[in-house]
Design a binder for this molecule. Structure first.
Ligand code: CP
Ligand code: NVA
Length: 339
């Protein structure tokens, strides 16, 4: 398996074997790190991290992962570079490709990450766009594999905004790896039909199944994994909150929903999560919508604090795995072979 010089833009570009290879490599790098075995095998390389949106996990995972591999990083934030204001993405790609060995991009448009990939001449890694978040899926699936020992056949329910970057990417990943994916959401928030059709074709070959339902009892029944994400994603205007709350209030992951799932089911979330009163936005939403929807009074939105803090919740193991998996993506695309 050789993924050198490949871009990592969407899991649609990768075969099931290639995705398994990246998860296995992540696991190996994680074990090595735990055992104190260094893997500084890319000491002659430099990578640049372009962020048009905020990040904690993805940025830190790229920085720590790169450092563990012996590479240096440059972080360019939403305001730090000439990109977009004075220089096109295409020109930026041609400049950065001459200085760096790899480029990470987090932003809005998928077209921008595609343009970086088409014009830089070096591997480009998608750290999240409005429609995909593929590095997150590797971390999620590594976590599922660590807990259940396998991915094929896992019953995976995604609850909430199923047509955002997480819903789209989890559906693709599940289809590729033969999982049973359920999107539990109001119909208006199901993924685009063309993407469902693409994933169904993949599922027909891998043995995966794809199912969409608005019924919270049916959607959570027998699930091995209950996964949710924020109701309003980065880049969406503030005024969509009201509509989204109206749509998703019945889809809050609570203990009743977890009880519908399998006895050993886990709760997952890509984070950051609104599960209590300790965020400014959570407080704001509680103040504005708490009288109409008492469920929101405590700053809990997509998940209750009881579920988030329960034994079923694996969200911090999942967050740590961002680093091991992102490290594997950089290593696999920058080096021929790693023993
Ligand atoms: N899950 C995730 O991508 O987190 P950040 O926004 O903190 O990078
Ligand atoms: N759907 C979320 C994911 C955050 C990791 C967002 O785009 O804001």
């Amino acid at each position: 398996m050789n993924l050198k010089n490949r871009n990592f833009i969407t899991l649609l570009d990768f075969t099931p074997e290639e995705i398994h290879h990246l998860i296995t490599l992540s696991s190996k790098l994680k074990s090595e790190k735990y055992e104190g075995i260094e893997h500084k095998v890319l000491t002659d390389k430099n990578v640049v991290l372009l962020f048009q949106k905020d990040s904690t996990r993805t940025r830190c995972a790229f920085e720590v992962g790169a450092q563990d591999l012996g590479m240096s990083t440059t972080y360019l934030g939403p305001n730090g570079s000439q990109m977009n204001t004075k220089e096109s993405v295409k020109d930026t790609a041609r400049v950065l490709g001459r200085m760096y060995d790899g480029i990470e991009f987090r932003g809005y448009k998928q077209a921008d990450v595609d343009s970086l990939a088409n014009h830089s001449g070096v591997p480009v890694w998608n750290g999240l766009t409005d429609i995909y978040h593929p590095t997150q899926i590797l971390a999620d699936f590594l976590t599922v594999k660590e807990i259940f020992g396998e991915l094929k056949g896992i019953k995976f329910t995604y609850v909430g905004d199923a047509r955002n970057n997480m819903g789209n990417s989890l559906m693709i990943g599940a289809a590729k790896l033969g999982m049973h994916f359920t999107g539990l959401a109001p119909k208006a928030l199901w993924p685009e039909q063309s993407l469902i059709d693409t994933c169904q074709k993949i599922a027909d070959e891998t043995g995966a199944t794809l199912n969409f339902t608005e019924d919270t009892i049916e959607g959570a029944a027998d699930a091995d994994v209950i996964y949710t994400d924020v109701w309003v994603s980065m880049g969406e205007p503030k005024d969509v909150w009201k509509e989204r709350i109206d749509q998703l209030i019945d889809y809050q992951v609570d203990e009743d929903m977890m009880k519908q799932a399998n006895k050993n089911a886990i709760f997952m979330h890509c984070l950051p999560a609104f599960h209590g009163p300790d965020t400014d936005l959570g407080k704001d939403i509680a103040k504005t919508f708490g009288d109409t929807y008492p469920k929101l009074k405590n700053g809990e939105m997509e998940v209750t604090n009881a579920v988030f803090e329960s034994d079923k919740s694996v969200v911090f193991q999942e967050a740590e795995n961002r680093m091991h998996t992102i490290k594997a993506v950089m290593l696999a695309t920058l080096k021929d072979h790693y023993e």
